[in-house]
Design a protein around this ligand. Structure first.
Ligand code: F6P
Length: 366
């Protein structure tokens, strides 16, 4: 029977548990054995109790839970060669040659490096006397499949990342709550949302919440944007609004690449318009709570497809990323997706915002 190991890595996100359940059940339906790696790459390096075989019922009642039930952690050791060698030993000892990673682009890049080094790592383990030549032959190839779990929706190769939809729900709920108090006092609210270097959450929640102004990293505002923003806020008040809402992505920058902070936006509004202004930083509330129906269903679909992908892979298969495109579950070359994602970050860093926005458009600004 084929052996699969699965782990969640990087920041947790809603929908990871549904993906876990989907893949475990599909793999078991296909008679594979599935091992859960606890605490992300830390568990892979440490082994022992942190890599445990699961059962059909081992993943019951997890779909509605937020976060990841198998934990996630940052792991310095996996960045070192000896750490990856220890990880390889832990897998070979259990005859695991299929690894599924649910995480962001950093975690998936780490998995690909591990796969590339795998033959050499096994050779070193033989030379050290830690595995036999037979174990080396039986486990000579590592298959990798990735799924993207991140509230940021910042990865190429999938229209949505697991957790982005739930995070949007949290933001919309928060705006609904804030709106009552804001209108009562005729206040202006600057809401800071997560997303790292991606503006998806800010942009889409602005559309869904009727925000007056929105600042995202991929499209820095034109010079003089402060004046234009203030004009828009005034217009909205003249038309009868009792409050204003500005949504700022945590990674928002100006044309010079300098961060635009919520504090700065507030100070502009107070100075130019004298509006009573408050800042709300939503923070990890966005990553908390139960997953939305969308994330649960997406998790089930990509999870099952990831199990199929890894079980059908042969030695010549490149690692794949399983995601959604046009509401269909698709497989894409993992490293192509990582390169494109990193290309967007690079373009933004170099000030090529037009290029960054058009590359991002492939994933969400249709
Ligand atoms: O990548 C997900 C994310 O929530 C980002 O939106 C945010 O910038 C970051 O993680 C926060 O990371 P941490 O939980 O380590 O503070």
């Amino acid at each position: 029977r084929k052996c699969i190991a699965v782990m969640t890595s990087g920041g947790d996100s809603q929908g990871m548990n549904a993906a876990l359940r989907g893949l475990v059940r599909m793999a078991m339906y296909r008679h594979a054995r599935v091992f859960l790696i606890y605490e992300g790459y830390q568990g892979l390096v440490q082994g022992g109790d942190l890599i445990k075989e699961t059962t059909w019922y081992g993943v019951s009642h997890i779909m509605g839970k937020g976060g990841t039930v198998i934990g996630t952690a940052r792991c310095k050791e996996f960045r070192e060669r000896w750490g990856r060698r220890a990880a390889a030993l832990n897998l070979v000892k259990k005859r695991i040659t299929n690894l599924i990673v649910i995480g962001g682009d950093g975690s998936l890049t780490g998995a690909n490096l591990f796969r590339e080094e795998w033959p050499e790592l096994l050779q070193e383990l033989v030379e050290e006397g830690n595995i036999s030549a037979q174990e080396q032959t039986e486990c000579d190839h590592l298959n990798i499949v990735g799924m993207v779990g991140s509230i940021d929706n910042d990865m190429c190769g999938t229209d949505m990342t697991l957790g982005a939809d739930s995070a949007l729900h949290r933001i919309v709920e928060a705006v609904d709550a804030i709106s009552f108090t804001a209108s009562s006092h005729q206040r202006c609210f600057v809401l800071e949302v997560m997303g790292r270097h991606c503006g998806y959450l800010a942009l889409v929640s602005s559309l869904g919440c009727n925000a007056d102004w929105c600042l995202i990293p991929e499209s820095p505002p034109s010079d003089n944007w402060e004046k234009k923003m203030c004009e828009q806020l005034c217009r909205s008040r003249e038309e009868g609004a009792r409050m204003n809402l500005i949504i700022v992505a945590e990674g928002a920058v100006d044309r010079q690449g300098q961060p635009i902070s919520s504090q700065y936006v507030k100070s502009v509004i107070e100075k130019e318009l004298g509006y009573d202004t408050r800042i709300t930083v939503l923070g990890h509330v966005q990553r908390g709570g139960a997953p939305s129906a969308y994330d649960r269903l997406m998790g089930c679909r990509v999870g099952a497809a990831a199990a199929n992908a890894v079980l059908d892979a042969d030695k010549d298969n490149e690692p794949v990323l399983v995601g959604l495109q046009g509401n269909r579950v698709v497989q894409s070359p993992l490293m192509k997706c990582v390169r494109e994602t990193q290309g967007i970050a690079g373009a933004m860093k170099d000030g090529n915002f037009k290029e960054a926005l058009s590359m991002r458009a492939g994933s969400f600004v249709r």
